[in-house]
Design a protein around this ligand. Structure first.
Ligand code: IVH
Length: 692
């Protein structure tokens, strides 16, 4: 027999956790715990479908596909908004608003302008009855089945709510979800989305709700279109807060501001923080806060008189594709790079953008001299997101020819079955691969050898002074001093590196002769072994030798190491040339080796402080110890513990009921460590210290 009260408890708990996660930005449990209860709920429903409740979270997985969307009339149309683009226009707006109130200072509700898709959600007696797209404002499409799959949209409201509520808001795809989706699409060879907005629109307008369910969409409410049978506060800001009480997510950056000055400060603040947000915004929306004034001002034919959208400079711009270069990476991967007519976009001048791979060029249908859309959002590298076919001049458009031999060494370029990337087969005979390999070897997170920039490394390789990373350790001051940095030109003498700089470089190389295991592993440049995987390896094995001998199964059992990475590792240590270089770098018996001494992971910087230089922030309640103890134990490992989150924070340690620091961390993309992981790490690091 079904345990109905257990079933109800599961539905309520899961809905409460979902609200805490999506609405309050305050996750109460790790995802795994949510998943566990979710599975239990699924089991009950499968065994006895008669119990399934209307507000069950499983309803989000979607009903049956439809052949077309049904049209719906919006009882209250979804209005658009007037646009402004500069401070002078904003002053005019504020003057108009102030004049209407007899010259008084105006109170506004200022909000980010989310760049997704407007929807209307109708709740009757607290249950989601209908979701519809904006359409032309009067007639939209019924997308209820799809909206139900978006976890941020509550199926049932909580607390006090009007009997009938038409709430408006934006469905959008967060940037991390968008990047992740596109990365996978490129690997699979399917079409990536041009931008998060298209991604949201394309995902929401799917006839099969199961497709929508698989896309990382979310939702923020920003306006009440209509309500009956209940009371709502009489300012926009308080209304948003009451929507939040009902379980509807509201953007955390909405604020009450006064006068023109307040509006300008808000605009500047959001514009500055735009790159750190995890979602696209294309401006700010400024609304007169008082509902009674809003009602008195009313609407023009198209727009509310009491609101305006102050647009930001765009993150997408058109420019011309002047050429395509093919760059060779450390692993031989050939990356096509678009050379563009310089264009100001997303706060920087962009003159090149990655094209990823050959398939991407084909998918874009890109030709030389095309006009293209360049996107630069957040700190993601610039991308060519579309071709503007309308602007193509047929006589100028030339095919882009992917090279069959490496532009740097002339070796054959090979593309393995099932792989999206083409690679130069020249390996270390290819100067480009050697150069990139050396730059990686000396980089900060690897051997951290200061002073070896692009130019010096290029010259070392092309002059034949270096044939492998091991050769770095045999460079003398005179080898380096005679490196030519600039050739003789137009009466200017050639410029050489000189003895002083050369001596510094030699000293820097010398200093790197003692290095922690994780850095050495990372420096080797094994495919797909980044700094964090290298750290994992160095944590689970006590020496380089052990890692070199590890078999596939052992490697695949490590956290975050899948079959592909494990194979890259075993392949790497099977390669004769790699073993030779490792010997040249480390063999203590060989007088001609660099005799690098590999120290255990925790001796980073030669100290007993493995967390040296990292700043942690603690939020929420830890169950295993109080905050002070956590702080002291972190400090004992060399960490700093701070009270506020910034971009310099290494990670936020998150107990139950975390606060605004958690939200801030997600916004800034700062790493979050939950209690269980924290405790494991702590005892691991403390245990290692004990052994030294
Ligand atoms: S309020 C009557 N607030 O901007 C005013 N719209 O409105 C109703 N948008 O396509 C709209 N962020 O999707 C409002 N915080 C916000 C918004 C916002 C984005 C979009 C909305 C619509 C467009 C024009």
């Amino acid at each position: 027999m079904t345990d109905v009260s257990r079933y109800r408890e599961l539905v309520d708990t899961l809905n409460r956790w979902a609200k805490a996660y999506y609405v309050d930005d305050n996750p109460l449990v790790p995802d795994s715990e949510y998943d566990r209860l979710y599975r239990e709920l699924e089991q009950i429903e499968r065994a006895d479908p008669s119990v399934i409740a209307q507000d069950s979270p499983t309803h989000r997985i979607g009903g049956a596909p439809v052949s077309a969307f049904e049209s719906v009339n919006h009882r209250v149309p979804l209005m658009s908004m007037g646009d402004i683009f500069n401070d002078a226009e904003m002053r005019d707006f504020d003057h108009r608003m102030s004049e209407f109130q007899g010259g008084a200072e105006v109170e506004y509700c200022a909000e980010p302008k989310l760049d997704g898709l407007a929807v209307s959600l109708i709740y009757r007696n607290g249950l989601l009855e209908r979701a519809a797209t904006r359409g032309d404002g009067r007639v939209g499409e019924n997308i209820t089945a799809n909206a139900r799959t978006i976890r941020a949209i509550p199926l049932k409201l909580t607390g006090k709510y009007p009997a009938y509520l038409d709430v408006r808001g934006e469905v959008f795809m967060p940037r991390d979800g968008f990047e992740e989706w596109n990365k996978k699409a490129r690997e699979r060879g399917t079409k990536p989305f041009a931008n998060p907005r298209n991604a949201a629109a394309g995902s929401l307008r799917q006839l099969d709700p199961a497709v929508t369910a698989s896309r990382p969409l979310t939702f923020n409410a920003y306006y009440v279109g209509e309500y009956e049978g209940g009371e709502l506060p009489q300012t926009q800001y308080e209304r948003l807060m009451s929507l939040k009480e009902m379980g509807l997510p509201v953007n955390p950056n909405v604020k009450v501001e006064r006068g023109e000055r307040g509006l300008r400060e808000f605009y500047e603040d959001i514009l500055e923080r735009r790159p750190t947000l995890n979602y696209d915004i294309d401006g700010v929306v400024l609304k007169v806060n008082s509902l009674s004034i809003q009602e008195r001002m009313g609407f023009t034919a198209k727009n509310p008189r009491w609101a305006i959208a102050y647009k930001f400079p765009p993150e997408e711009m058109m420019t011309k594709l002047l050429g395509v270069e093919f760059q060779v990476g450390r692993t031989g991967a050939i990356t096509p790079v678009a050379r563009l007519r310089p264009v100001y976009v997303g706060g920087a001048t962009v003159s090149s953008a990655t094209l990823h791979n050959e398939d991407e060029i084909r998918r874009l249908g890109l030709k030389l001299n095309d006009t293209v859309v360049v996107r630069r959002a957040g700190d993601v590298i610039p991308q060519v997101s579309a071709v503007v076919l309308e602007k193509r001049v047929p006589s100028e458009a030339k095919d882009i020819v992917f090279p069959t031999v490496c532009p740097e060494c002339g070796s054959k370029i090979e593309r393995l079955k099932g792989e999206a990337v083409a690679r130069c087969t020249g390996a270390l005979a290819c100067p480009a691969q050697l150069r990139e390999g050396i730059l990686h070897f000396v980089s900060r997170d690897a051997m951290d050898i200061e002073g070896f920039g692009d130019r010096i490394v290029e010259e070392l390789v092309s002059s034949g002074k270096i044939r492998s990373v091991a050769d770095l350790y045999h460079l003398g001051v005179s080898d380096l001093a005679s490196l030519m940095l600039e050739p003789e030109k137009e009466g200017h003498k050639a410029r050489f590196l000189g003895k002083t700089v050369a001596a510094k470089l030699v000293a820097a190389v010398d200093k790197s002769r003692k290095v922690p295991l994780n850095r050495f592993i990372y420096a080797l440049g094994i495919r797909e072994v980044g700094a964090s995987t290298a750290r994992t390896l160095a944590t689970h094995f006590s020496s380089l030798d052990e890692i070199m001998k590890a078999d596939l199964n052992t490697l695949m059992n490590l956290p975050d190491v899948g079959v592909v990475v494990a194979e890259h590792i075993t392949d790497f240590f099977r390669e004769k040339r790699n073993l030779e270089i490792i010997r040249e770098l480390t063999d203590p018996e060989d007088l001609f080796s660099a005799r690098i001494e590999i120290t255990p992971l925790e001796q980073a910087g030669g100290s007993l402080a493995p967390l040296d230089g990292r700043t942690y922030v603690i939020t929420g309640t830890l169950s295993a110890m109080d905050r002070n103890t956590a702080k002291e134990r972190l400090q004992a490992l060399g960490a700093k513990v701070s009270g506020s989150v910034s971009r310099k924070t290494y990670a936020v340690i998150c107990g139950s009921d975390p606060g605004s620091k958690f939200t801030k961390a997600t916004e800034l993309g700062v790493r979050i460590i939950y209690e269980e992981e924290f405790l494991n790490k702590l005892s691991e690091l403390e245990g290692l210290r004990g052994r030294i």
